[in-house]
Structures are given as structure tokens and as C-alpha cells.
Design a protein around this ligand. Structure first.
Ligand code: AKB
Length: 314
């Protein structure tokens, strides 16, 4: 992995992943692409406007920069996908097959994230195994399962070095997530700083896996650098740092802001999605096959989030 093209580079993961990759591989070796143009991004390093539903454009940019790796992040998240299922299919599946085709044609290493959304209500809810029943009931989940299989197919059929993880809800302060079911776990920190209070659209007692962004970025780099011969589950490694419900975040925040108040106004659409996902997943395959580990628990993450957001919005 020496020259990397990142799609969806202005999204929640992309905006931090590009910075991290540039710090490791050098500014000019990371080509950030997004459907949204940005003068600011162009000043930081190579940046191209790319719509992943246009395969020819993805091909042209990958070829002209002579990249050897593509990290495909451009996608709609679960709640947005539920509002616009057909658009989600076109972007999530169309973008994926287009970037996989480019990886096949140019012989590129390939990364794309799957999600805990690839599981469904019939999946075992606690300590969800790596290999288990996957019958998701959301368009996002359908896209993620199909994506995992498609990446396996490109590896088996064409030898494309495809790799991926099932991300839990990702928590970060640089760019907002937007359109996810787990977004409450980011919003709660901003509102804690601004209002000393937050109204959660996810009900008390709803557990989902979560992870702080630095752990997620480390996982991507570590998986992409891992010895290929050791990987059995190439495209869909369960990874997690914590299983948490809204009250867990409130308790962690109260250690820094004792007057913090959490209330609830449940959104039935996002609650239904959350209820169909696991409470906690088992990441032992990722630990065994490429050494995954997380460094942030809820308390360490909370201290950092509150400090960084206070700094950012002052
Ligand atoms: C979402 O909530 O849609 C994402 C995810 C867990 O994939 N954060």
C-alpha cells in the first residue's frame, strides 16, 4: 500500500482517514476524492471530484495517479438508506461494483467497510459470532451483506485483494456522521458541551457496538498491512470497542459535566433499525487473524471527545 485513492473522503471516516494515511504514506500518495468539491481539501493534498456511480471517472482518476490501493468509503448510512431505499441501492451497490471493477482492471488492493447493520433480527444478539445468520431487514443491511459477498467474489473469482471490517457505530469529533442510526452517540457529546442536556432518539437500554475513530483508523491500516495468507475472513471482520446504551454515555459524561441531563424522545424508524442489530459482537477472528485491538473504552473516549469538542466550538 503506497499510493491510495480514497472515495467519500469528506465523510465521517474519510476526513480523518486521509489525514492519517498522509501522515504514514506521504501527502502526495493519498488521493482524496468526493462528490463534493472543496478548495480547502485541494490545498492539503491531491483532491479530485469523483461520483462513484460513474465507473469511467473512478477509472480515469485511479489510472492517472497510478494508485495501487482503493479505499471505498462513499455510501449512504442506515437511516438515510431507509428513507431512500432505491437511491441507496444505486449508490451503495453501484459505487461498490464500479470501484471493484476498477480494482480488478488495475490490479489494486481494495478496502471497503461493512457494518453491524449486516446483521438482522434473527442473528444471535449477544456476542454475535463472526460467521452467523445474516438476514438484515434494512436496505443498508441488504447492501452490506451483498457487499461482503461481492468482495469475497472478486477475491475468489479475480484474485482482487479485497479486505474489510464490520464497523460498529463510529464516534468522532472531526466530521459529523450524517444519516446513521448510531449518530446519537456523537450528537450527545456536542449537546453535552453546548446545552448540558441531550434528548436521545434511541431508547434507554438499547445496546449497540461502538468505537472511537482512532481505533477504527488503526484497524483499517493494520488490516490492509496484514499478511494476506493469514486472512480467512477477508471482507467482513467483526470489530468492536464497546457495547453501550444511551445511559452509559450519560454516566461517562456526568463524570465531567455533573449537571448533564439525558432525556428520551424515541424515533420509531431509527429505533426499529437499532432493535434489529446485535447488542454486542465478537471480534475474536479479527484479533486472531490480524491482531485487532481497541485502545479506547467509553471513559477514555468520553474524556477526549469532550475536550476536543469544547476546543472546536469555543
Ligand atoms: C449507521 O448507524 O448507519 C452506521 C453503521 C453502524 O453502519 N453508523
Amino acid at each position: 500500500m503506497k499510493k491510495i485513492l480514497v472515495t467519500g473522503a469528506r465523510g465521517q471516516i474519510g476526513s480523518e482517514l486521509v489525514t492519517k494515511l498522509r501522515s504514514i504514506y506521504g501527502d502526495i500518495n493519498v488521493i482524496a476524492t468526493d462528490i463534493r468539491s472543496s478548495e480547502e481539501e485541494k490545498e492539503k493534498g491531491p483532491f479530485e471530484v469523483v461520483d462513484v456511480t460513474e465507473e469511467k471517472r473512478v477509472f480515469e482518476v485511479a489510472k492517472s495517479y497510478q494508485v495501487d490501493t482503493v479505499m471505498h468509503l462513499a455510501a449512504l448510512l442506515s437511516a438515510t438508506a431507509e428513507k431512500m431505499p432505491r437511491v441507496a441501492w444505486d449508490i451503495n451497490m453501484g459505487g461498490l461494483v464500479n470501484t471493484l471493477e476498477v480494482a480488478r482492471e488495475l490490479n489494486l488492493q481494495f478496502f471497503t467497510p461493512s457494518s453491524i447493520g449486516a446483521f438482522g433480527p434473527t442473528t444471535p444478539k449477544e456476542n454475535t459470532p463472526q460467521d452467523t445468520l445474516q438476514r438484515p431487514t434494512t436496505m443498508y443491511g441488504v447492501n452490506k451483506v451483498a457487499g461482503e459477498l461481492l468482495c469475497d467474489y472478486y477475491y475468489e473469482r479475480y484474485g482482487v485483494d479485497t479486505r474489510g471490517v464490520r464497523f460498529p457505530g463510529l464516534i468522532s469529533y472531526v466530521a459529523p456522521p450524517g444519516g446513521g442510526t448510531t449518530d446519537y452517540a456523537v450528537e450527545i457529546y456536542y449537546e453535552a458541551i453546548k446545552e448540558r442536556a441531550y434528548t436521545s432518539y434511541i431508547a434507554e437500554g438499547t445496546y449497540m457496538d461502538m468505537m472511537y475513530m482512532p481505533d477504527a483508523l488503526d484497524a483499517i491500516v493494520q488490516l490492509m498491512e496484514a499478511d494476506s495468507s493469514k486472512l480467512k475472513h477477508r471482507n467482513a471482520f467483526n470489530i468492536t470497542a464497546m457495547s453501550a446504551e444511551p445511559m452509559d454515555f450519560a454516566k461517562a459524561i456526568e463524570k465531567h459535566i455533573p449537571e448533564f441531563k439525558l432525556s428520551f424522545d424515541v424515533d420509531p424508524v431509527r429505533q426499529k433499525i437499532a432493535d434489529s442489530w446485535p447488542n454486542s459482537i465478537d471480534s475474536s477472528a479479527a484479533e486472531a487473524e490480524w491482531g485487532f485491538k481497541s485502545n479506547y473504552d467509553i471513559n477514555r473516549m468520553t474524556a477526549d471527545m469532550l475536550e476536543k469538542i469544547a476546543e472546536k466550538i469555543k
